[in-house]
Ligand binder design. Structure first.
Ligand SMILES: Cc1cc2nc3c(=O)[nH]c(=O)nc-3n(C[C@H](O)[C@H](O)[C@H](O)COP(=O)(O)OP(=O)(O)OC[C@H]3O[C@@H](n4cnc5c(N)ncnc54)[C@H](O)[C@@H]3O)c2cc1C
Length: 416
């Protein structure tokens, strides 16, 4: 291919454009509908908090090899904060019980208290793991793990919400099993939490755009794809409103778009949008922030995770529609309820100094067994490839999946 148009400058499109720009003689044009790149992973200066925040908290694990490789390619490894241990603290909001989940990073660490599990989970764990790993594509997490006990409430339910953005009764077991295979089952070394203290944009997006520009890639923003022209097995033109870009015989396109956007362009069955993720960002007094761990998991409340970045505590509520419907808010706003839970975790009566609530609508596509069966859609065009976090099954829809899918799409068009 002499020229490839990549449509969608989320992480999948960026990864595809980077991979193609490594091939000599290939011109790459990256088109993005909005005025910024990054898609669902972006950072901005919030005037109310007077801090730079991410649209939503993103956690990756040290076993996410493609995230590590992406940062190495764009020179931003130093911006990754990789925890020394595979350990996460938890709090039960209702009972006040605290525990940590820790996996040993090696035999030495195992001897020095490297394995810690929530109480009551040790006996159930091997059987549960086996059932999850053996679950077929039609099985949900709740069907794969029928026992309801401490392992369910303290491990599987929070993990499913975090990884699959869906309640375990709906979420397919296969992507959760794949995530476990690539991290937890490889031990603590592959399960260390990785955060991005500078933000998603400065770590994953901005250095990538700088490298693309340096390599001569043209990045066209506010350029939404509105249609495709096809003849036989080929896409012959891309339409961006009134602007039509013809595709010659040695030109191709990658559509790095979520299924919702793609369904308007292609007549193929697509998975439905999944649930929202709610993020509440609170600026607090620095000494209060310093009392909190960098990452705290919460159960029995509305809030699921608290991330600390400097003096901002950011809370994630995954599968927000389901979790808000289940929460008994008793007239409280979601923001007030979330703050009450943060205040309880931090042991304070003081209100936050400033707050910002962000709801990421359809944060992921549906991930129930039926939605997974429809992926990837079959396309009859030989100069068109698709990319996106939903197209790296059986991985869950994550940054890792988005980056992998982008590179795979580039390889499919130009094996290089
Ligand atoms: C709040 C939140 C929290 C998350 N937490 C985590 C986490 O903890 N860990 C993790 O790994 N992942 C997490 N994710 C998921 C992660 O952000 C996504 O998997 C990843 O960013 C998806 O990248 P993508 O390129 O596939 O899609 P997108 O980011 O959606 O990119 C698609 C791009 O295409 C553009 N576009 C759409 N239509 C058109 C059109 N017609 N023409 C041109 N351009 C178009 C969009 O504007 C967008 O820029 C989270 C997501 C959200 C929203």
């Amino acid at each position: 291919m002499r020229r490839v148009h990549v449509v969608g400058a989320g992480l999948a499109g960026i990864a595809a454009a980077l991979a193609l720009s490594e091939r000599p003689g290939v011109q790459v044009v990256l088109h993005e509908a909005t005025a910024r790149a990054g898609g669902r992973a972006w950072s901005f200066h919030d005037a109310r908090l007077d801090r730079r925040i991410d649209n939503g908290n993103h956690l990756v694990l040290s076993g996410n090899a493609e995230v590590m490789a992406h940062c190495a390619r764009i020179g931003s490894q130093a911006a990754l904060d990789i925890a020394a241990r595979a350990e996460i603290d938890f709090l039960d909001i209702a009972s006040g019980a605290r525990w940590s989940l820790r996996l040993p990073t090696g035999p030495r660490d195992l001897l020095h208290g490297g394995l810690r599990l929530p109480s009551g989970t040790m006996r159930a764990l091997p059987g549960d793991l086996l059932r999850l790993l053996r679950a077929d594509a039609q099985t949900t997490v709740a069907q794969a793990l029928p026992r309801r006990g401490p392992a369910w409430t303290r491990l599987w339910e929070p993990l499913t919400l975090a990884v699959l953005n869906a309640p375990p009764e709906r979420a397919a077991a296969a992507p959760l099993a794949e995530m476990l295979r690539r991290s937890v089952l490889r031990g603590g070394g592959a399960s260390r939490p990785v955060t991005m203290p500078l933000g998603l944009g400065p770590t994953l997006v901005d250095p990538a755009l700088a490298l693309l520009r340096q390599r001569g890639v043209r990045i066209v923003q506010r350029h939404a794809l509105t249609g495709l022209s096809t003849r036989g097995a080929r896409v012959t033109a891309l339409r961006f409103g009134d602007d039509e870009v013809a595709l010659g015989p040695d030109e191709a396109a990658i559509l790095a778009l979520p299924p919702e956007a793609l369904s308007k362009l292609l007549a193929a069955p697509m998975p439905a949008p999944g649930e929202s993720i709610l993020n509440a960002h609170f600026r607090v007094a620095p000494d209060l922030a310093a009392r909190m761990p960098p990452l705290l998991g919460l159960v029995s409340g509305l809030s699921h995770w608290i991330f600390r970045r400097d003096d901002v505590l950011s809370v994630t509520v995954s599968a927000a529609e389901s979790c808000l419907a289940e929460a008994d808010l008793q007239g409280e706003t979601p923001e007030a309820r979330i703050w009450r839970e943060v205040a309880r975790a931090a042991g304070t009566d003081a209100p936050p100094l400033a707050a910002r609530l962000i709801r990421a609508r359809a944060a992921t596509a549906a991930c129930d067994p039926a939605a997974l069966a429809a992926r990837p859609p079959r396309l009859p065009h030989d100069n068109l490839a698709l990319a996106g976090d939903w197209l790296a099954p059986p991985l869950p829809q994550t940054i890792e999946a988005a980056l992998l899918s982008g590179r795979a799409a580039a390889r499919a068009l130009h094996p290089g």
